[in-house]
Design a protein around this ligand. Structure first.
Ligand SMILES: [Mg+2]
Length: 377
């Protein structure tokens, strides 16, 4: 007698390059550390079981790392063939050990994330439930704010025009980028956007790690008057103590965590009191299995949660967090999927479709640069 209920029959991995309409610049470009971003590279995983269930998942990388994620997933994916797709924790551990010599963070686990997300998608589909419901949702709709309209390559006029559009479409807040080498220009832009939006619209700023501790404290004090929902990544992503000092000194909440690449790295943020709002990214920390561990630690520490990017996955995870959350509205990924997420009255609604509620579009197939298959179709 065995409790095994199904077996993974087939896995398809593909590398997909999503072109962006405009070259994107945040503060890292203005400080000379990175080039403007023109594309995002995705690792897609599509898994089929002997009983005919299907799961889809993805991981992603910006500027570099896409080929490495794809290569690592290719090396370990075959170890999942024949395993019960319901045993997600066991499978994660098995694939982790298959690539143990490259470690338990970063690219090594981001490659596993695509497979892990696909397994959760399949499990929710098998149950006939949206993923948020399978996990145990606290709400059916999550507050959402837009980021894609507020980058530093955009003028204040472009930012406010786009903000008007997304707010009219039901989005509940606006985040704009700061961290320019000229801090006075940052203040001018925030002042203009706050004046345009009025006091009642939720507004956040994101310095993308480009302030040193002194500048962050000075800017944080100058920004207090704007009643921001949070200041994001004011200092280096790995400077937990620097974040913690700011969180102590300022009334405005501090948000951070998107750049961290494992649960262990997030544990350090949590342990040092580095933020009021934690911003994990499921593909970056190794998938949903790892995100759920991290979310349990964050909730225990009393933190709020605002996951980074990938709203298509994070909507479900934010809905299942005990405290009121935010998801980040980016329209960039829309062309990859056939479905659109419903937004109204400041919230993004968990779809009633089972699993993530996503299918990959024909356009995403056209942007596929390489693919590999394991098992029997
Ligand atoms: Mg950010």
């Amino acid at each position: 007698m065995t409790s095994t209920t199904d077996a993974i029959r087939h896995i398809r991995l593909s590398s997909v390059t999503l072109p962006l309409h405009t070259a994107i610049s945040d503060a890292k470009v203005f400080t000379g550390r990175q080039k403007p971003m023109t594309e995002v590279v995705f690792l897609f995983a599509e898994i089929t079981s002997e009983q005919g269930f299907e799961g889809v998942g993805f991981s992603y990388s910006k500027r570099a790392g896409g080929p490495a994620q794809y290569a690592h997933a290719k090396e370990v994916a075959a170890h999942a063939i024949g395993e019960d797709p319901n045993d997600i924790g066991k499978l994660y551990t098995k694939l982790l050990w298959a690539g143990a010599s490259v470690g338990r963070s970063g690219v090594a686990t981001q490659a596993l994330a695509a497979i892990d997300v696909a397994l959760w998608d399949m499990k929710a589909k098998r149950a006939g439930l949206p993923l948020a419901k399978l996990l145990g949702a606290h709400r059916d709709a999550v507050r959402t704010y837009n980021t894609s309209g507020g980058f530093l390559h955009a003028s204040v006029e472009e930012i406010t025009a786009r903000a008007d559009e997304v707010l009219a479409a039901g989005v509940g807040g606006i985040k704009i980028k700061v961290g320019l080498p000229d801090s006075a220009e940052d203040i001018r832009r925030v002042t203009a956007v706050r004046e345009h939006l009025g006091e009642d619209v939720a507004l956040m700023v994101d310095a993308n790690q480009q302030w040193d501790r002194t500048t962050a404290l000075r800017m944080g004090r100058r920004l207090e008057e704007f009643n921001l929902v949070w200041i994001e990544e004011p200092v280096d992503a790995y400077d937990a103590e620097g974040h913690a000092a700011l969180a102590d000194a300022l009334d405005t909440p501090i948000a951070t965590g998107e750049m961290l690449a494992s649960v262990a790295e997030h544990e350090r943020l949590i342990a040092t009191g580095a933020c009021d709002i934690i911003q994990p990214d499921a593909p970056r920390v190794g998938g949903i299995t790892q995100f759920l561990r991290l979310a349990a630690f964050a909730d225990q520490a009393g933190l709020d949660l605002a996951p980074h990017f990938a709203m298509e996955i994070h909507l479900h995870l934010a809905a299942a967090y005990p405290r009121e959350t935010w998801v980040e509205h980016f329209d960039w990924l829309d062309p990859l999927f056939n479905e659109r997420l419903e937004i109204s009255e400041g919230r993004m609604h968990v779809p009633d479709r089972p699993g993530l509620g996503l299918t990959f579009s024909e356009q995403s197939r056209a942007w596929t640069t390489d693919a590999v298959e394991f098992g029997t179709p």
